[in-house]
Design a protein around this ligand. Structure first.
Ligand SMILES: [Zn+2]
Ligand SMILES: [Zn+2]
Length: 452
């Protein structure tokens, strides 16, 4: 059964709230606190919230902190409990969370950007805070001194940021569809290369440091897997969404990629299968199967007294073919096409049923996901969306099997944390703390007496 943090009498009126607040109040990012049954969320309504699972099985707020500006992103380091929050005003605010996750103490602020921070990443090993902003700047700061170490101007506003600690390469995906790779030194950076494969903006990046593979999600509905470790320039397109891909997460131990779309679709990709690159589309003035001229080929049309045809391309062999010679459709999962695409008749015959077996599973989260977090150690999946809701599957026997987890997610109904209006949330928090204050002194002597 789904549990909700929402006292019944305080029914939400979304329309009224939206009008009063004048903002979307989207939960921009939420993460699972490893080892604790807790969740940290940052939101457009300027709040940082920590929720802890109580003995009752329900999530109750333990921290509610209002920031001076909407919170656009965050980076949480569990070892140091350091929380870096990117704000709409360009500042990155750093806090340390107490061991019991009931308090957050401010550490420092970085004046990192001229406008909204779009991504922030804390790298413990190097004591660096990496960030991108709406000012089209990538910047890195020293987390010890708070000093800015350097910057780089990106071609467009960045919305994906990943870092490889071992080689100090940073990957930046931007709204123009480009992925930029920089090599960072202590105080300078060099451009290594840029990738361009999407027809829409890059919305999310995910780096697998073991296989040395980079995944980029895009508003063009596709995910591209860039094989950097293979050093052959292989890029494989994964087509399994009907809407913008907005969030990615990767489970290293099972080699599964989780991609989430604007329509609520979650696709779990098996990355343990060998996929092939899609072929280049061939150029031809006539159908490469039946030799009928295409409509711009006036000479052949005149010579053969035939009407010119429209050109199509077979997704499997890349040949230029007419509509008649490519009337059939097929999925080609081993080329990343989980949906049916145009293939020429001979390729259609050649594709076996085995080759048509899906290499991904499809799920419906029923909300517009803007962020996903997968905690592989416990098999927890968290999604946050524009509907102000954070969804986590109910407690399960710590299964790292994502497909099993997704079944739970869909069948049982996830636990939903509704981000209430800030005033309601702080009221709820005070009730919890007053209750704890009143109850705990009563409990302690009782329990200690019992064992004396
Ligand atoms: Zn033809
Ligand atoms: Zn073909």
């Amino acid at each position: 059964m789904a549990a909700e943090i929402q006292p019944k009498p305080l029914t939400r009126k979304p329309i009224l709230l939206q009008r009063v607040e004048g903002s979307q109040e989207v939960v921009n990012m939420a993460v699972i606190v490893p080892k604790e049954e807790g969740v940290i969320s940052v939101s457009e309504d300027r709040t940082v919230r920590v929720w802890l699972k109580r003995d009752s099985g329900q999530y109750w707020p333990s921290i509610y902190h209002a920031m001076p500006s909407p919170c656009s992103c965050m980076s949480f380091n569990p070892e140091t409990r350091r929380l870096s929050i990117g704000l709409d005003n360009g500042t990155i605010s750093e806090f340390i969370l107490s061991e019991d996750y009931n308090k957050m103490t401010p550490v420092k602020n970085y004046q990192a950007h001229q406008s909204r921070v779009t991504m922030v990443l804390f790298v413990l090993e190097l004591e660096w805070v990496l960030s991108t902003g709406q000012d089209k700047q990538f910047a890195w700061h020293c987390s010890e001194s708070g000093q800015r170490l350097g910057g780089y101007r990106t071609s467009a506003v960045a919305s994906g940021l990943q870092f490889d600690v071992e080689t100090r390469h940073v990957f930046i995906g931007d709204h123009s569809g480009q992925v930029t790779i920089l090599k960072l030194e202590q105080e300078n950076c060099t451009l290594v290369t840029t990738f361009r494969g999407h027809t829409g903006g890059v919305t999310a990046l995910c780096w697998d440091p073991v296989q040395r593979v980079l995944f980029s999600g895009s508003s063009d509905h596709s995910v591209i897997m860039w094989d950097i470790g293979g050093r052959k320039g292989t890029a494989i397109e994964l087509q399994g969404h009907n809407d913008k891909v907005q969030a990615l997460s990767y489970a290293q131990h099972t080699r599964q990629l989780i991609s989430c779309g604007g329509d609520g679709g979650i696709v779990v990709w098996n990355m343990d299968v060998e996929r092939q690159e899609t072929p280049e589309w061939l150029d031809s003035d006539s159908c490469q199967k039946c030799d009928q001229p295409f409509f711009w080929n006036f000479k052949q049309m005149w010579d053969s007294k035939k009407i010119g045809l429209r050109q199509h391309h077979c997704r499997k062999c890349g040949k230029a073919v007419c509509g008649k010679c490519s009337s059939k459709r097929s999925s080609i999962p081993l080329m990343g096409f989980e949906f049916e695409v145009r293939v020429c008749d001979s390729c259609h015959e050649a594709i076996t049923d085995e080759e048509r077996a899906p290499t991904a599973t499809f799920h419906d989260s029923k909300h517009n996901i803007v962020h996903v977090h997968f905690d592989a150690t416990r098999g927890w999946l968290l999604t946050s969306g524009t509907d102000k809701v954070i969804k986590i599957p109910p407690t399960n026997p710590a299964s790292p099997d994502i497909d099993l987890l997704m079944k739970w997610y869909e069948q049982e109904g996830p636990v939903m944390l509704r981000c209430l209006h800030p005033a309601l949330h702080s009221l709820l928090l005070s009730i919890v703390s007053v209750f704890t204050l009143l109850i705990s002194p009563l409990c302690r002597p009782l329990t200690s007496n019992m064992y004396m």
